[in-house]
Design a protein around this ligand. Structure first.
Ligand code: NAD
Length: 315
């Protein structure tokens, strides 16, 4: 973390549809003093800088820079959202080869100038790119995490809140595993206001309705396909999700988030990065939680890991 008192620098590599709304959220939130924008298309980064700068009179002052890798030397966090996105109907895993090549250019340029900053991967397929990045970083793997299923978890909480007519802030639910088609919800740990979902719906005579839950999870899992079909990309919610990850790191909040991190035997899974509820703080991944999953959840989690491993082996 930088020595400068209370100031935080965050690098953003990739100022496209995801990066720009994240920078916009970062600028308004006041959690960071110096966002640095980097893009292979330097004109795009400059254009975003100009547009954001012109909004500064309306918000708290931050010093935004359109720079290059040398400007990341003292960055506390570096977020990567560079690379290609899904086309309608395309899976996230289909993006792997192209985006892995891009990451092999980007990550060494970060580590050449910065050995301490936390690297947050948002580009898809996020779990595999997080794993590859952690390998490139070397020993200190807690430095690398991916946005993983933070967005899927947010979508599930939102939809459950709508379904039960409850403020989504009182809904605690997790989507874990791959950020993609093999992800799974942890129904056994879902609670509303601290009360197990089954008990909550029983007490309120709502009916548990596994079919309704399955449908809600279906909408959660397919949300990106639905949005991309309609407006070509998803970006506002992930921009805010990335903001919450960066805030957890720079403010050392020890927030539990379903970020993706390299697993080393938890849940019988290793040599892959995937999402589990994880404590996030100044050192990046403080701890991926060891949770009591149901047998079916454990099986589905391990199957999700297998899907990712098979894809990595084809690289
Ligand atoms: P985009 O095409 O709008 O932007 C990508 C940017 O990356 C472009 O500006 C491009 O110039 C830049 N870029 C490409 N190669 C680069 C390199 N070598 N160095 C620096 N910059 C480079 O795409 P997008 O919609 O912003 O999506 C970016 C990624 O984020 C995609 O992989 C997408 O699937 C992913 N995404 C992730 C989530 C999530 O939940 N993690 C959500 C939405 C999108």
């Amino acid at each position: 973390m930088s020595e400068r008192m209370d100031t935080h620098k965050v690098g953003l590599i990739g100022t496209g549809m995801v990066g720009a709304p994240f920078a916009y959220a970062l600028m308004q939130h006041g959690v960071v003093d110096e966002p640095v924008l980097i893009d292979a298309d330097s004109a795009r980064a400059e254009g975003e800088l100009m547009d954001l700068d012109h909004g500064l009179p309306f918000v708290r002052q931050v010093r935004i820079i359109a720079g290059d890798y040398a400007d990341l030397a003292d960055a506390d966090v570096i977020v990567i959202s560079a690379g290609v996105g899904q086309r309608p109907g395309q899976t996230r895993l289909a993006l792997l080869q192209t985006n892995a090549d891009i990451f092999r250019q980007i990550v060494p340029q970060i580590t050449a100038v910065n050995q301490d900053g936390i690297i947050v991967v948002a580009t898809n397929p996020v779990d595999i790119l997080t794993y590859i990045s952690a390998e490139m970083v070397g020993l200190d793997q807690t430095r690398v995490l991916g946005s993983g299923t933070i967005l899927d978890t947010a979508r599930l909480r939102y939809l459950l809140g709508q379904h039960y007519g409850i403020n989504l802030r009182s809904v605690h639910a997790y989507v874990v595993g791959e950020h993609g088609d093999s992800e799974l919800p942890l129904w056994s740990l879902t609670n509303i206001g601290g009360v197990r979902l089954q008990d909550f719906v029983g007490a309120n005579r709502l009916g548990y309705g596994q079919a309704a839950l399955d449908q809600i999870f279906g909408h959660t899992k397919n949300a990106a396909y639905e949005i991309i079909e309609r407006k070509k990309a998803t970006y506002y919610a992930i921009g805010l999700g990335l903001l919450s990850v960066v805030e957890a790191i720079v403010r050392n909040q020890h927030t539990v988030l379903t970020v993706s991190s390299p697993l080393s035997g938890q849940y019988g899974v290793q040599d892959i990065s995937m999402s589990m509820p994880t404590i996030v703080g100044r050192r990046g991944v403080e701890k991926a939680l060891d949770l009591p999953l149901s047998e079916a959840e454990l099986e589905a989690f391990q199957a999700s890991a297998q899907t990712l491993k098979e894809r990595i082996s084809q690289l």
